[in-house]
Write a protein that binds this ligand. Structure first.
Ligand code: ATP
Ligand code: MG
Length: 555
């Protein structure tokens, strides 16, 4: 995978530089044009960073524009979620968001104009017939029998389509271009279809809606977009967009440039597939922390900064690529390592009773919130003779070497993070033989001080004070799919869902202050990983594990 961490200019920047130098444009205008038929995902984040990033870099403008031409699949809830996500990523647009639906009247007038220019006609072929007439990649298409109908008749029929007097599917408006073009997009594409549907913004005003292809380029022209940036799959549509610009009295002539989509392994980045995961309840919703959606990543505890840093590190190239999710995770960790406060949470607690209570002179412990950043301050943690440590941090197996097991062993010493050195003396077991309690003793005067010469603690472990700790639930996440490319091969991608992508652990114990944590506060639970509070967990304290601590990615 190529990255441009040192950011040499990419091909679109080179084009813009040349356009500015030759005075072809005076101001860069871009746009991010989502269709509000789902939530934004990490792939969209790349497009957002490219479009808004270029506007920022060249002191231009980037519009947020909704391509809301298909009410069948769209929803105001998606519009709202998209606005929230783009803002959260830290980007701003001038004025209100733009909408294709704002231009429906203009687009209709241009459709009429094309008819009057003998460049469009109302066709009565149904979808199946239209497919048959279209031809194939190797065979030219055949002219529709309606292609030569008179201008006045097409105008009348389009009007009737608009007024809702024609049944859905009975007619379409098509451009009259070239049925034998080697580019299938130019074989008389559909400009308008009948859909007697309520639109989330225009209500019941329209019974016909423009096709994406007819709307998209003209929207750009209306907005004066100079560089219309999209993904590679639209390269073959470019001649059609140019044809519209040539044949319509549009106010400006946008130029389209295509770059490669961002795909991540171990997930899917297609709204249609993400919607299926939501609709079939394989996940808890669009913002399920396992989803590659912006809202899922946010809920998981990934910061906007990490997403932007990651996107900025990616090449803007003319080929599609799949990026190793480990690379994304590297940026997530990198950001959290710097910005997450340290705290302690014991995920699988066992009680430790400190028996030499007269040696415990401290009832609070002062702990730094960050090992390398003084500015993040300190916190005061309650301390008493009863603490919890993780079961995995204790063993009665004294044969384990110091190198192998740098934690608490019966008869040996360990340091409590920011606190005393303790020694495990004895265990109490239940009838079934399970350890219910560890009896230990503190080494006096060891908080903030080196161990006495005679004592060598095996390592440092995290802990919480038992009396003041809060119960919490921790959501541990693994990749949503168990194979790198769930979408290739014979099986449906759903078959590759990882059944262990979410493990809920109840009964964890967290520092008392964390009861006030809010979603979007980032924490490193020492020795465990990065966490944030789950949204909607006001009653019960729930933390989502954003990511573990270990980074295996090599640039
Ligand atoms: P999906 O395939 O997920 O449904 P889409 O392309 O249909 O995505 P749009 O709402 O049309 O979704 O996307 C808005 C913009 O985001 C488009 O310009 C599109 O090219 C871009 N975009 C979508 N997916 C990606 C991706 N994976 N990588 C980069 N840009 C993307
Ligand atoms: Mg699209």
């Amino acid at each position: 995978m190529t990255t441009n961490l040192d950011k040499p200019s990419h091909f679109i920047q080179q084009i813009i530089n040349a356009d500015l130098a030759a005075n072809r444009i005076s101001k860069v205008i871009t746009r991010f044009p989502p269709e509000p038929n789902g939530y934004l995902h990490i792939g969209h984040a790349k497009s957002i960073c490219v479009n808004f990033g270029l506007a920022e870099q060249y002191n231009g403008i980037c519009n947020l524009r909704f391509d809301d031409t298909n009410p069948e699949k769209e929803d105001q809830a998606f519009v709202d979620a998209i606005i929230a996500d783009v803002k959260w990523l830290g980007f701003e647009w001038q004025g209100d968001a733009c909408y294709a639906s704002n231009y429906f009247t203009q687009l209709y007038e241009w459709a009429v104009y094309l008819i009057t220019q003998n460049k469009a006609y109302v066709c009565e072929l149904n979808a199946e017939q239209m497919r048959a007439y279209r031809g194939t990649l190797t065979e030219p298409g055949t002219n529709s029998p309606f292609r030569d109908r008179s201008t006045s008749e097409s105008l009348l029929l389009l009007e009737q389509m608009k007024l809702g007097k024609i049944d859905e599917g009975a007619m379409t408006l098509r451009a009259k271009i070239d049925m034998s073009s080697s580019n299938i997009n130019l074989r008389d594409p559909v400009l308008y279809r009948i859909k007697k549907m309520t639109h989330q913004r225009t209500g019941d005003t329209w019974n016909i809606y423009p096709s994406y292809d007819f709307a998209h380029g003209q929207e750009d022209a209306i907005e004066g977009v100079t560089h219309s940036i999209c993904t590679l799959e639209f390269a073959a549509n470019r001649p059609l967009y140019d044809w519209f610009v040539t044949h319509l009295p549009v106010p400006s002539e946008p130029k389209q440039y295509e770059f490669g989509r961002l795909n991540l392994n171990y997930t899917v980045t297609s709204k249609r597939k993400l919607k299926l995961l939501v609709d079939e309840k394989h996940v808890a919703g669009w913002d399920d922390p396992r989803m590659p959606t912006i809202s899922g990543l946010r809920r998981r505890g990934v910061s906007a900064r990490a997403i932007r840093n990651f996107c900025d590190s990616l090449a803007v190239a003319k080929t599609d690529g799949t990026v190793d999710v480990a690379q994304f995770e590297h940026f997530i960790r990198d950001d959290l390592n710097i910005n997450a406060k340290r705290a302690m949470c014991v995920i699988n607690p066992v009680l430790v009773r400190l028996t030499n209570t007269s040696d415990i002179t401290l009832s609070t412990i002062l702990a730094p919130n960050h090992p390398n950043d003084e500015l993040m301050g300190h916190r005061i943690i309650p301390f008493s003779e009863e603490i919890f440590i993780d079961r995995a941090d204790f063993t009665v197996d004294t044969s384990l070497s110091r190198k192998k097991f740098k934690r608490l062993v019966i008869g040996d010493y360990v340091r409590l993070r920011a606190g005393y050195i303790i020694r495990a003396d004895e265990v109490i077991k239940d009838a079934a033989g399970a350890i219910t309690e560890i009896l230990a003793s503190v080494v006096p005067n060891t908080v903030g001080k080196d161990a006495p010469d005679s004592i060598r603690p095996r390592g440092v472990i995290h802990w919480v004070d038992a009396k003041t700790a809060h119960d919490c639930c921790v959501n541990l996440y693994d990749r949503l799919f168990s194979v790198a490319d769930p979408d290739s091969g014979e099986d449906h991608f759903i078959e590759h869902l990882n059944p262990k992508s979410l493990v809920k652990v109840e009964g964890c114990k967290v520092e008392s202050d964390l009861a006030h944590a809010v979603p979007g506060d980032y924490y490193q639970f020492e020795r465990e990983g990065y966490f944030t509070r789950d949204v909607g967990s006001d009653e019960e304290l729930v933390f989502n594990c954003t990511i573990g601590l270990r980074d295996n990615w090599k640039a």
